[in-house]
Design a protein around this ligand. Structure first.
Ligand code: ATP
Length: 292
């Protein structure tokens, strides 16, 4: 039997860091939403007790360093599964780009294995496994629009955003999330208004959402990747209604509700950067346990 799951990328609409905790993690408050740029994660049962993983992209580990592999190992241990699984990941999300590609693959693997092995996992059980893998995995279990707090593992779902286009521009450089957080510890940070963003989303107010876009990590990554400021300026000139760097970067996204402006952004930015995408938002997943 084979199970296929979509693993959508996320963007951060508001990302605040409250400080470093005694356990070494950072306390965050983030509003995130999933978008229709997605990997595909396929899980097929193997008769013997092993995990095999293939990824279509270079530089993505295919062993226990892969977050989807870790998800399979954790689930096998927790539910004492004596069978194996072959995981095939078709990557479309750029790697180390601030789009949570690896985390979304892990969340997709959790949903897929719940179906493949008929585990009947609740949302809370999925969150528990997710938070053992990485900070963004919990959000990716359901996706949609949500507030993530703690180190990212506490999720409160929010209403869906007004329909819009998301144009993504990924500079040809990757950044390490760990290094960006480390550098953040040494700057005088600016803090976005996360609560106001939540209100704007509840009010379905697109222009205020665009106005409030904010990411405390942006200035840190911008110092390392000068291209980010140039991309933002270019997108502003073309007419994106809201512009921000996602996660720890370096991907920059622009929002617009107009198809003509999306086309202009897509064409304009393609002449500027090799990796440019225009996508829609992605609705949250309905989990198997919610059908009951
Ligand atoms: P985040 O926004 O959550 O910080 P990111 O988008 O910046 O994540 P990822 O694409 O998730 O970064 O990749 C970060 C690192 O994770 C990669 O360099 C890679 O070594 C490792 N990794 C583990 N599993 C995966 C996976 N399934 N896909 C991509 N990278 C993975």
């Amino acid at each position: 039997m084979k199970v296929l799951e979509k693993a959508p990328a996320k963007i951060n609409l508001s990302l605040d860091v409250l400080g470093k905790r005694s356990d070494g993690y950072h306390e965050v408050r983030m509003v995130m939403t999933t978008i229709d740029l997605a990997d595909r994660v396929e899980c097929s049962e193997l008769p013997d007790n092993q995990i095999i993983l293939h990824s279509s992209a270079p530089y993505v580990p295919e062993d226990e360093r892969n977050f989807a592999y870790q998800a399979a190992q954790l689930i096998k241990d927790k539910y004492a599964i004596q069978k194996g699984v072959e995981i095939t990941i078709q990557k479309r999300i750029p790697v180390a780009a601030g789009l949570a590609g690896g985390s979304s693959d892990a969340a997709a693997a959790i949903r897929a294995l719940d179906r493949l092995w008929h585990l009947g996992m609740t949302y809370e059980e999925m969150l528990e496994t997710a938070s053992m893998i990485g900070s963004d995995v919990a959000f990716c279990i359901k996706g949609g629009t949500a507030l993530a707090t703690g180190r990212g593992e506490k999720i409160s779902m929010l209403p869906e955003l007004p329909p819009c286009w998301v144009v993504l521009v990924k500079p040809d450089i990757s950044v390490s999330t760990g290094e960006i957080y480390k550098a953040w510890d040494h700057i005088v940070a600016t803090h976005p208004d996360v609560d106001a963003m939540i209100h704007a989303i509840s009010d379905n107010d697109f222009s205020t959402i665009c106005y409030l876009l904010g990411n405390t990590l942006e200035t840190v990554t911008m110092e390392k990747v000068a291209e980010i400021a140039r991309i933002k300026e270019h997108m502003r000139q073309i007419g994106a209604e809201g512009i921000l760097m996602s996660g720890s970067g370096p991907t920059v996204f622009g929002l617009t509700q107009y198809e003509s402006r999306m086309q202009r952004l897509l064409n304009g930015m393609k002449g500027y950067c090799s990796q440019v995408y225009a996508v829609r938002l992605c609705r949250p997943f309905t989990l198997l346990s919610e059908y009951e």
